[in-house]
Design a protein around this ligand. Structure first.
Ligand SMILES: *Cc1c(COP(=O)(O)O)cnc(C)c1O
Length: 376
C-alpha cells in the first residue's frame, strides 16, 4: 500500500506535470513576475467559472478578507459577526483593522453559523456577517442574506474551504459559493481545493465600483503607478502562481468529484457506527469535501487519533481550540461555556485523509482501523 497522507501535493502535481511545467516555463521566459499576463488570464477564467463579473486576485486568503473589509470602509469599533469555530484568519483581520469580532456559535450538525444565534448578536455597531463555508459545504445563505438585508448589514463570504461548491436556492437555482454575498473571498493555499504552489487568494463581487476599489487597495491604493488615492496594502497574486492556478482550474470540478468519491467510500463504511457521526450533507449546498470531518461521541477522540497515527494514518483536528478561548482573542465574560457547540466540537471532531490521489486499498485500511479501535 502507498503511504497515506492527509493531502498528496506531489501526486497531484505529477498528474498534470507537463502542463504545469509548460505554464511555469512561459512565465520564466516572459519574466513578467508581478501582474503579468497570466494574472489577468486567471482572473478572467475565474470570472467565467464563477459567473461573477469582477474577480480580483491577491496575495492570500487572509488578505482577501482584510481587503474586503477595507473596501467596505468599516471603521474602528464596528462589529463583525463570525462563527467561533473557524480558522483564525477570519477573526484576525477583523481585529487587525480594530473592528470587533463578535463570535456566534455554530450548528452541531453542519459546522457552519447557527443562524438562530445571529440576530441576538446584532447591535447598532454591527456592520457585517462573515459566514464561513467550513470543510467545503455552504452555510445556510438564504437565512443569512435575509437577516443581513433586514438589518442593513454586509455579507462577506469566507469561501476558502468551499471553492467550487454550489449553493442551491429553494427554487433550484444554483450559485457558486463566494458569489452570494456582497464580497466573497477564497484562498489558494497549496492544500486548499484549488491550490497554488505558494500563497494566493481572490475576491469576487458583482459591484463594479467596489471591485475597482478592491483592486486599488490590493495594490497600494493606486490605480495609476505612484498615485495613491486610498490607503492600501501590497497583496498581489504572483504571475507564476496565476499560471499554475490557470492550469489547475480546468481540473477543479474533476478534483471535487474525486474527493466526493472518497467521501462516499467513508460514508458507506462508517455510517451506522454508533460512536461516530459522518458529515451531514445539507440539501442547500453541494459539498466539495475540503475536509471529511467525523464527530465522535462516546469514545476518546485523542486516543483514536493516536491509534490511527500508530497505524500510519494521519488525521487532523480542525480546530482544537475555539477562537474565544485563544489567548489572543479572549475577552472578559466570554469564557468556557459561552459557545457550547463549538467547544464540544473542538474535542470531538477529527478530519480523515481526503484528497484526489487516494485509492480503495488505503480507504479500506483506514476504515478497518477505525472500526478495530471502536470494537476494541
Ligand atoms: C485557509 C483559510 C483562510 C486563509 O487563507 P490563507 O490563504 O492561508 O491566508 C481563511 N479562512 C479559512 C476558513 C481558511 O480555511
Amino acid at each position: 500500500m502507498r503511504p497515506i497522507k492527509m493531502v498528496d501535493l506531489k501526486g497531484l502535481y505529477l498528474d498534470i506535470k507537463s502542463e504545469v511545467d509548460r505554464a511555469i516555463q512561459e512565465v520564466l521566459d516572459g519574466t513578467d513576475f508581478i501582474q503579468g499576463k497570466a494574472v489577468n488570464d486567471f482572473e478572467n477564467s475565474l470570472s467565467g467559472y464563477l459567473g461573477r463579473p469582477n474577480v480580483i486576485s491577491c496575495g492570500n486568503g487572509t488578505d482577501a478578507l482584510q481587503i474586503a473589509m477595507m473596501a467596505l470602509d468599516f471603521k474602528p469599533g464596528d462589529e463583525v459577526i463570525l462563527p467561533v469555530h473557524t480558522y483564525v484568519a477570519t477573526a484576525e483581520v477583523i481585529a487587525l483593522l480594530r473592528l470587533v469580532p463578535v463570535f456566534a456559535d455554530v450548528d452541531a450538525i453542519t459546522f457552519t453559523l447557527d443562524v438562530s444565534q445571529i440576530e441576538k448578536k446584532i447591535t447598532k455597531r454591527t456592520v457585517a456577517i462573515v459566514p464561513v463555508h467550513l470543510y467545503g459545504q455552504c452555510a445556510p445563505m438564504d437565512t443569512i442574506l435575509a437577516l443581513a438585508k433586514k438589518h442593513g448589514l454586509y455579507v462577506i463570504e469566507d469561501a476558502a474551504q468551499s471553492f467550487g461548491a454550489e449553493y442551491i436556492f429553494p427554487d433550484g437555482k444554483r450559485k457558486k459559493s463566494g458569489t452570494l454575498g456582497d464580497i466573497g473571498s477564497t484562498s489558494f493555499f497549496p492544500t486548499k481545493n484549488l491550490g497554488a504552489f505558494g500563497d494566493g487568494g481572490a475576491l469576487f463581487t458583482n459591484d463594479k465600483v467596489l471591485a475597482e476599489k478592491i483592486r486599488m487597495i490590493a495594490n497600494h491604493g493606486q490605480k495609476k503607478k505612484y498615485h495613491h488615492d486610498v490607503i492600501g496594502v501590497n497583496s498581489r497574486l504572483d504571475t507564476l502562481q496565476a499560471a499554475i492556478l490557470n492550469v489547475k482550474l480546468n481540473y477543479l470540478d474533476e478534483y471535487a468529484g474525486k474527493r466526493r468519491a472518497v467521501a462516499d467510500y467513508y460514508d458507506s463504511n462508517l455510517n451506522g457506527i454508533q460512536s461516530l457521526r459522518t458529515p451531514f450533507r445539507v440539501s442547500y449546498s453541494t459539498h466539495v469535501f475540503h475536509q471529511y470531518t467525523i464527530v465522535v461521541n462516546d469514545i476518546d477522540r485523542d486516543n483514536l487519533k493516536s491509534y490511527l497515527q500508530e497505524k500510519n494514518i494521519p488525521t487532523m483536528i480542525y480546530y482544537p481550540v475555539p477562537l474565544h478561548l485563544q489567548k489572543a482573542y479572549r475577552r472578559e465574560n466570554i469564557g468556557p461555556g459561552s459557545f457550547p457547540v463549538s467547544e464540544k466540537l473542538s474535542t470531538t471532531v477529527l478530519s480523515l485523509p481526503i484528497h484526489t490521489e487516494m485509492d480503495n486499498e488505503q480507504l479500506s485500511y483506514i476504515c478497518d482501523a477505525i472500526k478495530s479501535f471502536i470494537n476494541s
